[in-house]
Design a binder for this molecule. Structure first.
Ligand code: 6PG
Length: 247
């Protein structure tokens, strides 16, 4: 059963710092316990400032050589496209860390989506040593929440919300760019920890529906997030948490 923690910060600035602190702490804990920290990164706008903080103010708090970076979703565009999630993470954090190329496992948004999804699935199976019917266990998966209640690239009504076998899906969504790659629910729910970063009044209704609304994953895809044997942390600013009855 997933353990759920909700942390509410005064504003987005405080949220960015607190998220960086938590990530640095979890990285240290994972490296101490099993010598590596596997983190799955989210795209969108909210995590960018946290990534920048990790690469600057928190640079000395993390043993970067022990990290393995993956992505929770990617837009089907080349890696230098302004819409690319890899490009955003690379610009804000990875390019400043002096990493070895084998630490960075990006989804290939420039390739045919079905092939890219298969290739990423193989990369995950090989890195984590998992066979058919098994799922990787990330130390931490970062997620955002869209105002339409999507997370990663699991959008309302998409069949990928109900995927139980594949690790990665190629989807076409009602957003720009339309074609995307996304981790599937069983991968997200095998993680040790999942952390949502959500800020702003425009997310308040989505946060309320996902956390306190009726169970309806097709309408509120972020409700699928419930790590089987792990923890989910909702990092919210006051505005995003403003409609919650219980926190
Ligand atoms: C993406 C995402 C997506 C994102 C949410 C929230 O590639 O768009 O990974 O799931 O996290 O849309 O995005 P914001 O942080 O920009 O609100």
């Amino acid at each position: 059963m997933a353990e759920r923690k909700i942390i509410v910060l005064n504003d987005a600035g405080e949220l960015y710092v607190r998220a960086a602190e938590e990530i640095a702490h979890i990285a240290g804990e994972s490296i101490c316990t099993h010598g590596e920290f596997s983190i799955c990164l989210s795209g969108g706008l909210t995590p960018a400032a946290t990534y920048e903080l990790l690469a600057t103010r928190f640079h000395l708090s993390v043993d970067w050589k022990e990290l393995q970076f993956f992505w929770g979703d990617e837009r089907c565009v080349p890696p230098d496209d302004p819409e690319s999630n890899f490009a955003m993470v690379n610009r804000t954090m990875l390019s400043k860390l002096g990493l070895r190329s084998e630490q960075v496992h990006r989804m290939r948004g420039e390739d045919d989506p079905a092939n890219a999804a298969r290739a990423y699935e193989e990369e995950l199976r090989s890195h984590f040593g998992v066979g058919e019917g098994e799922f990787p266990r990330f130390d931490l998966i970062l997620l955002g929440l869209g105002d339409n209640r999507h997370t990663a690239s699991l959008f309302p009504g998409d069949a990928a919300i109900h995927e139980t076998q594949r690790l990665v899906a190629a989807v076409e969504v009602d957003a720009v760019p339309r074609r995307r790659l996304t981790l599937t629910p069983p991968v997200i729910n095998h993680a040790q920890r999942v952390m949502f970063l959500v800020a702003g009044q425009n997310k308040a209704a989505a946060v309320k529906d996902v956390l306190e609304g009726p169970c309806d994953a097709d309408k509120y895809p972020a409700q699928i997030v419930a790590p089987l044997n792990g923890e989910v942390i909702w990092m919210l600013d006051k505005a995003a948490a403003s409609l919650l009855a219980n926190r």
